[in-house]
Design a binder for this molecule. Sequence first.
Ligand code: SF4
Length: 261
Amino acid sequence: MRYYTKEGALLLRGLAFAAGTDLPPGGAAVRSFLFAPVPPACPAMPAVELAARRAGLDSASTAGLPVSVDVNRAVVTQYDGAIAFALADRDRVILVAWTPFSVPPGEVGTLLEGLRRSCPVPPGALVLASDAGGPGLCTGPLFEAGAAAVAEALARRDRAATAPAFLIYSRFGGGHWVEWSPEACPYYPCHHLEGQRCDHCYCPFYPCRDPSLGDEVVSSTSGAVWNCSRCTLLHLPVVADHLNRNPMASLAELKRVASRR
Ligand code: SF4
C-alpha cells in the first residue's frame, strides 16, 4: 500500500480488499481507497467517483468515503506493520485501518467490531483495508493504530494543516507515540548524505528485505527486524523527486533511477 494526497484527496493504493462503511457485506476486492473531497458545486457526480477520475484511477476498483474537510487534517498512525488513517469530518470521525496481511473472510465482522470498540469514540465511518499479503494478521497493532488515529484526529479537528500528521509507535525508552515530520526530525541528517532528502521517511517499502539495501538483524525486544541504517536510496534527491512524481514506482524502478545518476 502507498498513500499520498492528490487533487484534494487522500489516496491509499495497492490494496486487495476493503470492508466496512458503504462496502458490500463481507467486503470487496478494491485496488484503491479514497478520502474524497465533496466538490462544492458538482452534485452531478458522486464525490468518490469524481476524485477517482481526477486521480486517474479506475473507478470500478476504487472505494472511498466523501469528506467535507481538508484531507491534510488527517492523522496517520503506524504501529508495527499496521497503519491507520483518521479524519474528523464535520459530524463524524472516519477511520480506515490497514494491514498488509490477509483478512480471513469469516473474521471481517469481528475485526470491524474490535476496531470500533478499541476507539475512544466510535467512528462514524469505519473501513478495514488489506493488501492480502498472506497469513500473519495480528489484531493488537491494528487496534492500537486505529485507536491512536481517532484520538489524534479528534484532538486536532480544528487545527489547519498542510499535510497529514504522521505518528509512529516507538519502543525506545518505553512504548509511546512519536509524531514525526521532515521539518523537525531530531535525527537529521541520519545518513550523513550530501543534500539528503527526507520526503519519504518513513520508507513506504518497509520492510523491503532487499539485501543490497538493508539487513535483517536480531532485536533485543522484538526478534528479527529489518534494519535500514545503511540505505540511502530514498534520500537521494533524484530518487525522492522521481517518487514524488510517480507515487506508485517500484523499488526496482527507483534503483534504476539511482544507478543512472
Ligand atoms: S532498506 Fe531502504 S528501501 Fe528498503 S525498506 Fe529500508 S529504507 Fe526502504
